[in-house]
Design a protein around this ligand. Structure first.
Ligand code: ADP
Ligand code: MG
Length: 600
């Protein structure tokens, strides 16, 4: 086993070789090397190999190449714990069997029964599905398995831990005696061995790195906090780790929704996936994830099992799992096939025992980290601001300014003077906040500097940019009569000290003003709570007699026009529109004023 085998050494038939080349697998993975001949010879196997090691192709290749015959009947059945995984496995069969005239039919609950029956009638040779629905078809005799040559239990341990033992035994009992039985599993609990003993004939056991089933190439980090997996903690962790895309695990369905909303409110592109979602919603969410239009998928173990999305760099255990096996499985969603990944755990006081168990069972010792305190957070943000301010100042400055700066810095009040400059030109604080807009009074702030100073605070939002498509926000789009606008802050601290981004702002005009009793702070809240803008996406707000002008992130303006279309302020429609350039004092030299305007 030491020398690296190539796909050539498998002696693959031409159609399979072509498909492998097209899929682009360079060499077989260890589990594929270790199992190919045995499966091709028709033997029963029980294979233990860590998540992400390429088990799907390990059974698909020999089955397609050697086991499946030209006859058009169901010859291979694969059982998977979830629909998503079934679809994934079906996809792998389709890709690798592209030139082998396979016919692959996914069979899972939640999709139309008749549709599946039709697909079966069309002559599928491979059926891939979840145990429940598969058993349904067998009992109704809509699935003829009399010619079945092989059955695969994929993620066997998971199917058992999900309570599918009864279905599995029933299905295995209904299959022809001569069939080959392949069991693939990341861990090998006793119940799995018992099932093997009952349904397999002299199985060949193939265990790869059995002492280390944890996916390799994964770094494990653990953050300790008193509250465990709360949304504010999660947001802090995201700021530190800056994952591009992550699968976020929660222990309950309700939490997935809550956490996804919290992430959305903080501006991240997040969706949730749990067993309560209708099938087409699940498919929609998975589609968004695959197309990288969603960066954070919040899911329960069951919903996310086996999901293989290559760009997931991080797995976050927002709720720490009860069992070490679950930790291994969840973490295996990242670091797929030789890629590296990071598994992050939020550890509350109740999770310490399970963390210890993880170490005992699999020798995984996450690097322990502590969440920054509010003060540390502040220091970090300040340091980043100074950095980017200095970076922004590397451009041209006039000699006059340099001379003035030198003198200024030797002055006794230098610190105060610099602070004043920072206030006016970086933070955008104005002296008379409530002053009506007079264009000439506007400080001509070096917008680039102001924007650059924001860079660090803005960064976590880089992946939080829409296209968002969400329905529920309209539900709270009506401000209540007394101008009370409910505030739903996922974490009031998260967008901390994030005054507006000045470059790329546009002016929005609302058809309500002082006459309607509009106040700037409330408009800011409306934009944040109804429009879901971050603090940094709201600039100056000018309340005039009949209209209010707001500078908002240019990227968001179209979305805002839509979202605010039906919103009323004290019973008067706000009728949003793009402000005329002439009446829009912000566009020329926008200044950060969000904090002054948003009387929180
Ligand atoms: P497992 O079932 O062991 O968790 P998968 O079968 O889902 O792993 O494979 C994990 C990833 O590795 C998939 O994205 C798959 O396309 C890829 N993969 C499989 N075989 C190879 C190979 N020989 N070379 C490169 N990548 C592979
Ligand atoms: Mg798998």
């Amino acid at each position: 086993m030491s020398e690296v085998q190539t796909f050539e050494s498998f002696g693959l038939s031409e159609p399979v070789r072509r498909a492998v080349a097209e899929v682009g697998y360079p060499t077989p993975t260890p589990v594929q090397q270790a199992t190919f001949q045995t499966i091709a010879e028709g033997k029963d196997v029980i294979v233990q190999s860590r998540t992400g090691s390429g088990k799907t192709a390990a059974f698909a290749l020999p089955l397609i190449d050697r086991v499946i015959k030209p006859a058009r009947n169901v010859q291979v059945m694969v059982l998977c714990p979830t629909r998503e995984l079934a679809l994934q496995v079906a996809g792998e069969f389709e890709r690798l069997g592209k030139y082998s005239e396979l016919g692959v039919t996914p069979i899972y609950g939640g999709a139309g029964m008749q549709q599946q029956i039709d697909a079966l009638k069309a002559g599928a040779k491979v059926v891939v599905g979840t145990p429940g629905r598969m058993l349904d078809h067998l009992r109704r005799k809509t699935l003829d398995v009399s010619n079945l040559r092989a059955i695969v239990l994929d993620e066997g341990d998971e199917m058992l831990s999900m309570g599918f033992a009864e279905e599995l035994n029933a299905i295995l009992g209904m299959l022809p005696k001569g069939r080959q039985a392949l069991i693939f599993s990341a861990t090998m609990p006793d119940a799995m061995s018992r099932m093997a003993a009952r349904h397999q004939r002299e199985p060949v056991t193939i265990a790869l790195s059995s002492d280390n089933v944890a996916p390799s190439g994964i770094e494990h980090h653990a953050y300790f906090s008193a509250s465990g997996g709360s949304v504010p903690d999660l947001l802090k962790v995201l700021e530190i780790e800056k994952p591009k895309a992550a699968l976020v695990f929660c222990n309950t369905k309700a939490e997935t929704e809550l956490v996804a909303r919290g992430l959305q409110n903080a501006g991240y592109r997040a969706e949730y996936l749990n067993g309560d979602l209708a099938q087409n919603d699940r498919e929609r969410v998975m589609g968004l994830l695959r197309e990288e239009r969603v960066d954070f998928l919040v899911a329960t173990d069951v919903a996310a099992r086996g999901i293989d999305v290559p760009h997931l760099s991080h797995v976050i255990h927002c709720g720490f799992p009860e069992s070490p096996e679950a930790y291994v499985h969840r973490s295996g969603r990242t670091g797929r096939a030789g890629r590296t990944g990071t598994a992050i755990s939020l550890i509350g006081p109740h999770d310490i025992g399970n963390l210890y168990l993880l170490r005992l069972t699999y020798g995984i010792r996450p690097i322990e980290r502590t969440l920054p305190s509010a003060a540390e957070n502040r220091t970090r943000i300040e340091a980043a601001r100074v950095e980017s301010l200095v970076a922004a100042a590397s451009g041209k400055v006039s000699d006059d300014a340099l001379v003035l700066a030198k003198r200024l810095l030797t002055h006794d009040d230098a610190e105060r003077a610099v602070a004043w400059l920072v206030d006016r030109f970086v933070m955008g604080v104005r002296e008379e906040e409530a002053m009506p807009p007079v264009p000439s009074e506007r400080p001509s702030a070096p917008a680039a500097v102001a924007a650059a100073a924001e860079a660090p605070a803005r960064e976590p939002r880089a992946n939080g940019r829409p296209p968002r498509e969400r329905a529920p926000r309209r539900e709270r789009a009506e401000p209540e009569p007394e101008r009370k606008i409910e505030v739903h802050h996922a974490d009031p601290k998260a967008p901390e000290a994030t005054p507006g981004e000045e470059v790329g702002m546009e002016s929005l005009e609302l058809a309500v003003g002082r006459r309607e009793g509009v106040r700037a702070g409330e408009v800011a809240r409306l934009l944040r709570d109804v429009g879901l803008l971050a603090k940094s996406e709201v600039g100056r707000i000018h309340v005039r007699d009949r209209v209010t002008l707001v500078s908002v992130s240019a990227e968001k303006i179209d979305e805002l026009l839509e979202v605010l279309a039906d919103v009323k302020y004290n019973d008067v429609p706000v009728a949003p529109k793009r402000a005329d350039v002439a009446s829009a004092p912000e566009t020329a030299a926008p200044v950060i004023a969000a904090e002054t305007a948003t009387a929180d």
